[in-house]
Design a protein around this ligand. Sequence first.
Ligand SMILES: [Ca+2]
Ligand SMILES: [Ca+2]
Length: 304
Amino acid sequence: MQRLCNIVFLFAAALAAVSCNFSRTIEGEPLGEYYRPANQYSSAFADRVFEYTPAPGQFINDPVTMPYRIETPAAASQWAKERLAEKKFVSLGGFGGYIIVGFDHSVVNIGGYSFAVYGNAVSGGSEPGIVWVAVDDNGNGLPDDQWYELRGCEYFNQFTNHDYSVTYYKPDGPGQDVRWSDSEGQEGTIDYLASFHTQDYYYPGWIAENSYTLSGPRLKANNYDHSGNGSYWVNPDYDWGYADNFGGSSFRIDDALDSEGKQVILKYIDFIKVQTAVNSKSGWLGELSTEVTGFEDLTINLKP
Ligand SMILES: [Ca+2]
Ligand SMILES: [Ca+2]
């Protein structure tokens, strides 16, 4: 009896191994040691936020969207996670602000559109964010792996600066603009908009340092004052490939590029980063800031 049980057990284990193997493959090809297949309990939406480091902006520390005081980076991530769970917008502030999210499973590259990043763009109100992806190569569940930028329509534009950074300076007191200086030797401000957002500081309350620097690619800003008198600003839409950009919210993993601009073939991804890609402001509307409201795996129902 014992022997029979062992045989049955071995048979069951072999079956389990086969079915496990099946779920980890597409057309017989193993996806990788740390690939995490979706199952019937998986959520199509990103359910974890690893980091939320916005640039300063009118929605940062705003008591309407941040009803409690956020004093640590961990609390900021928790807040962003709660917001996204409610499909409410999370603002990344001005240039360079970013958020890093993950799913309870790996998102498979199906060649076409594999995932969506939702924002709050309307036509003429686009605030493009560059999307990055990463694979949990070391299997530790954390986004400490190589990031790959997803190519958008402006990648080869001569006015795109692929190595740009901005340093933001904490104001001396409440109700002030936030000063910045950039890697091109320019200076400017994230304006304090007293008519709309009256919190003391637009500089993230959970950043202890008196200045911080955000780096990434910068797109040429196309915004302009359509009225000529400052009353009607337009932030034109980009053709494709950016978050919070009117006209398209779906992304292809096959647009992933290495740091030299060469295509990288990834079988799946585990992490997504979105980063505000312009450094500009539109008069009374304030800084251009990418907003995100959710991240969805578009392939979850397609898997074997
Ligand atoms: Ca990792
Ligand atoms: Ca927006």
